[in-house]
Structure formats: C-alpha cells, structure tokens
Design a binder for this molecule. Structure first.
Ligand code: NAD
Length: 425
C-alpha cells in the first residue's frame, strides 16, 4: 500500500482521499481552508455526499486518513500526490489554472524524489506539460487521471468506476498509478496525457449534449401532443442510445458541465476547430432556462410582477448540497428580474442565500408554498414525490404547479384541482 497526499479537499479531493484510505492506502488530505480541515479532523464533513462521512470516520479510526493545512511533512514520504483543485471558468470561457499553479509552487520543493504527481482536476489539453514546467522536477512523474464521479453518488462511483483513465508519457509511471486502483474491478485505460485530458472534456460535453437534446425533444413532444416518457422509453431501449441522461429537466448546471463545455469550446478555438455543436448545446441550455421562466409567467397569468412563486429544490440536482451553477438559481434570478417574489424549500438549504437576500427559505415545502401563485419543482428530490396535494391545496393561492423535473404523479395532483404543467417552447 502507498503513501498518498491529496491537495484540495473538496468534492473530488475528499472523496479520493477517503476512498483511497478505505482501499488501504495511507492518505493525508491538505486544504488551505483551515476551518474545513479542523472539522474534517473531527470526522465532520462539510458537504452532503452519501457514505462519505462514514469513510472519513473509518479512515480516522484506522489511522490511515489525516487532514492538514500544511502537507510538507507528508509530501516528504509520499509516493503519489493528487491535485484536486478548482479549475473555474475565466471570462473568455477558458479554464483558470491559477489554483493549480499556486498549489504546485507550494509543494514542488517538498515532493519526494521520484514520486508521482497525479492531476484529477478537469483541465485543458496540455496541462500535464504545464504542471511539469511549473514543478521543474525532472525526477517527478506527472500523470493525468481525470475523475468521473457524480456528486450524490461520489463514493459509489469512485469505488465502482466504469473505467480509470491514466494519461502518462512514461508507461512505467502509468503502471505505478494503476497499482493504486488494483483492488477495484474496472477497466484501466492508459493513454498519452493529451488524450486523457480530452477524454474528460469529451465525456462531459457529450452528456450535456444528451441533456440539451432531450430537453428539446421534450418541448417538441409537448407541442405536438406526444408523450415524452414514451418517446424516451422508445429511444432509450435502443442499445446504441441508452436511457441514461435522457431525462428532461429545467436545464443542466452544476460545477462541471457549464465550465467544461465552455472550456472545450475555448480549446477548440485556440486549436482552430470550431466546436459549433457544443456551442449550440450551450445555447440550447440558455434557451431552456428562459423557456421555464416564460412558462412560469404564463401559468401565473401574463405578468410576474408581485406574484409569489414557490421553488421546490435549489441544488443543481438531488442528493447533493451543491448550488454551483444551479439551474434553479439561474431561474430564480430571471424570476426576480421579472418582478416575482420568491419563497423556496430545499432539504440542504437552511439559511437565506447571500446572493438572494429576498428569496425566503422555508423549513418545509408546505410552508414555502403558502400563498403561492405557482409551485415550481426544480430539483428532483425524492421527498417532493410524496407530498400530499391536498395539503398543498390548503396553502397555495392558486393550484398551479410547474413540474420541471417530471417527478410528480400528475393525475393525483390533477384530481385535487391542480393545473400541472411541464415545459414547452
Ligand atoms: P471544490 O471547490 O469542491 O474543492 C476544491 C478544494 O481545493 C477546496 O476545498 C479549496 O479550499 C481547495 N484549495 C484551493 N486552493 C488550494 C491550495 N492551494 N492548496 C490546497 N487546497 C486548495 O472542487 P471540486 O468540485 O472538488 O473540483 C475539483 C476539480 O475536479 C475541478 O477541476 C472539477 O472540475 C473537477 N471535477 C469535479 C467533479 C465534481 O462533481 N465536483 C467531478 C469530476 C471532476
């Protein structure tokens, strides 16, 4: 078993560290956020992620998992150093590598002789070479090992991956990295660094394409009186297509797809390739958000001015507390700009959000629905499926629901006098 340091203890880094400790490695997780580190050292995790807290506690109990602000000591004996750092979008759509650069400058002198740096952040093609240049440590191997976990099932995805991708110049270095995952039953795909880096972007852009596609088909199905669920079942049972990522929704978001699609467009532009398909996918998603807001306005009776709209769900998807680039929040911004008053409920959001001081957060979906002209389901949390429409009917001003996730039992709500709508162009 190996000694591992993980730099950056967010969704990816914490999952990586806790799972590698679970697999038997000795792991030190480092982060510049000292509050986060002291909470983690007590076994308290700062994010909602199924099974992760148990793994963190297991790692602390067995002594295989440690949390530090300064990783210097751990780096001196570390075989592998993972980079799990933010790569946010810059103004021009390209990925900002400054977090990576700062972290590399901090660790480079402490890296053990002939150890390996493994990048898990999602980065532009050519970043392995960038890392090599910043490190200026010819004895240290640098590898791309993109992460494909989904928030909400991160632990499961890490321990049961569809594949592990390792991009390395040196095959011997790739083999050493593969040994970290040797107890997992999965396919290891070894490539050059550039291909590994592109695999990640291509995968996310393809998934975003599927979502934009199904959202347009859903709008069309509604417009031509076709049943979108039947259309998807009919399409998805074709093995070449598959059913996953064919669920219509209010638009895609989250911490990855928006920035990764833009970064891919930017990589194309600097490489002389017009990524016109991906640009259309991004544009279709922007239109989708607008369609949701138009539909809410239509359902509320021509104008949103002064209307109370209740939002059920704020996170970008269910089973996570991640609000980054959430379609629900983009829709909230547009509703406010059209004069709506917002109330909201989300199982992971308990306080007013600083960027939405006038959106009132309630502790239950029923309280949020009080006096609403329209209730909008924006995140597919299971608990919304079981809400009794009779109880909602007693609280709302108008029995109008926009189910942007298609999770409610439509006939049950209609039987209780609700107008239940999906989204149409
Ligand atoms: P995150 O924002 O949750 O976590 C990043 C962490 O890095 C934070 O805790 C931050 O404090 C820490 N950090 C910043 N600078 C540091 C430094 N110099 N030294 C130590 N720690 C530092 O980010 P994330 O969601 O875990 O994503 C990390 C990378 O992985 C991104 O490139 C992202 O695109 C990619 N990725 C994310 C997901 C996902 O679902 N979140 C999935 C696959 C890949």
């Amino acid at each position: 078993m190996s000694n591992v340091v993980v730099i950056g203890t967010g969704y990816v880094g914490l999952t990586t560290g806790a799972c590698l400790a679970h697999l038997g490695h000795h792991v030190t997780c480092a982060d510049i956020d000292s509050t986060k580190i002291s909470r983690l050292s007590e076994g308290r995790i700062p994010i909602v992620e199924s099974g992760l807290e148990n793994l963190v506690r297991e790692g602390l109990r067995t002594g295989r998992l440690h949390f530090v602000v300064n990783a210097s000591q751990a780096l001196l004996r570390s075989d592998f150093t993972f980079l799990c750092l933010p790569t946010p979008e810059r103004h021009d759509g390209s990925a900002d590598l400054s977090y990576l650069q700062t972290a590399l400058e901090t660790v480079r002198d402490d890296l053990r002789f002939e150890s390996i740096v493994i990048n898990k952040s999602t980065v532009p093609v050519g970043t392995v070479r960038f890392v090599e240049r910043v490190l200026a440590r010819p004895d240290v191997g640098v590898v791309s090992n993109p992460e494909f976990l989904r928030e909400g099932s991160a632990v499961h995805d890490f321990l049961h991956p569809d594949r592990v991708v390792i991009g390395a110049v040196d095959q011997a270095v790739a083999t050493r990295v593969a040994s970290l995952y040797s107890t997992l039953t999965t396919r290891v795909i070894t490539t050059d660094p550039e291909s590994a880096e592109l695999i990640k972007y291509a995968s996310n852009a393809f998934l975003a394409t599927k979502l934009s596609f199904v959202n347009q088909i859903a709008a069309l199905a509604e417009a031509v009186s076709a049943n979108v669920d039947d259309v998807i079942a009919g399409m998805g049972s074709d093995k070449r297509i598959g059913e996953s990522f064919l669920r219509p929704g209010p638009g895609w978001g989250g911490s990855c797809f928006p920035k990764d699609t833009k970064s891919l467009i930017s990589i194309g532009s600097t490489s002389g390739i017009d990524m016109s398909l991906i640009r259309s996918v991004v544009e279709a998603n922007e239109e989708r958000l607008e369609q949701v807001v138009d539909r809410i306005e239509h359902l509320s009776g021509s104008s949103l001015k002064g209307k109370k709209i209740c939002l059920w769900g704020l996170t970008f998807k269910a089973n996570t507390d991640d609000l980054r680039e959430s379609p629900a929040l983009k829709i909230a911004t547009k509703l406010i700009s059209r004069g709506a008053q917002l109330s909201a409920y989300d199982p992971t959001v308990h306080d007013t959000l600083s960027s939405f001081p006038l959106m009132f957060i309630f502790g239950s979906p029923l309280d949020a629905a009080e006096g609403a002209s329209c209730v909008v389901v924006l995140t597919e949390w299971d608990e919304f499926k079981w809400i009794d429409p009779v109880l909602v009917a007693a609280r709302v001003d108008s029995r109008t629901v926009l189910d942007a996730r298609g999770i409610l039992n439509r006939s049950e709500w209609q039987d209780n006098g609700f107008t239940v709508s999906g989204i149409v162009c």
